[in-house]
Design a protein around this ligand. Structure first.
Ligand code: SF4
Length: 188
């Protein structure tokens, strides 16, 4: 059996450092860590995932916390709500230029960016192993994968510029494949 304790200790230390750094960045802007997490998620997710329900599911927080966070972020001018053109009951959460700027600046924290960049080519191996770990944990928790669109089983390349989503039946531009999706389904 693998000795998992040293790895767990490292993950625990990294997540603690991450939480502390995000908390400190939030203080600079009068925001709690959860507010920055909402902003960061909205900067990384696609148009099927930018709703209050998806934010709640992705962050594993209560509907009440999501609702309060959205209200505060709207008041501070980081996001605004836009009605879905087809289903008017659905609101999409859109980052303002101010929200986009803070997403780019705040997360990942500078020390994490530098630490990861300094790994160089070794980061590819780390990515593969962390992806496998994440999948195992999500499988145990029965939680949604929220993976990158381009790794989804419904992602069907069509050309250099476009792909087809076999779930939503939409043709989408290639860059859309780099975003996180609530409907993401692992390829077997
Ligand atoms: S291909 Fe998968 S991840 Fe991409 S938009 Fe469709 S359902 Fe979402």
């Amino acid at each position: 059996m693998n000795n998992i304790e040293p790895i767990y200790d490292i993950l625990e230390r990294i997540t603690t450092l991450y939480r502390n750094e995000v908390r400190l960045i939030g203080i600079e802007h009068g925001l709690h860590p959860v507010h920055l997490e909402v902003i960061y998620f909205l900067s990384r997710c696609n148009k099927y995932s930018d709703t209050p329900a998806a934010v709640t599911e992705f962050l594993g927080i209560t509907k009440g916390t999501t609702s309060q966070s959205i209200s505060l972020l709207e008041t501070k001018g980081y996001i605004y709500k836009k009605k879905d053109p087809i289903d008017r009951r659905v609101s999409h959460l859109v980052l303002t230029p101010q929200g986009q700027a803070i997403a780019k600046k705040a997360i990942p924290p500078q020390s994490f960016k530098q630490g990861l960049e300094s790994l160089g080519d070794e980061s590819a191996q780390l990515k593969t192993q962390l992806e496998a770990l994440l999948k195992n944990i999500q499988y145990s928790n029965e939680s949604a994968s929220f993976g990158l669109c381009k790794t989804c089983k419904f992602h069907t390349p069509m050309s250099d510029e476009h792909f087809y989503c076999a779930l939503t039946k939409e043709t989408l531009v290639k860059d859309f494949g780099e975003l996180i999706c609530r409907e993401h389904t692992e390829s077997k």
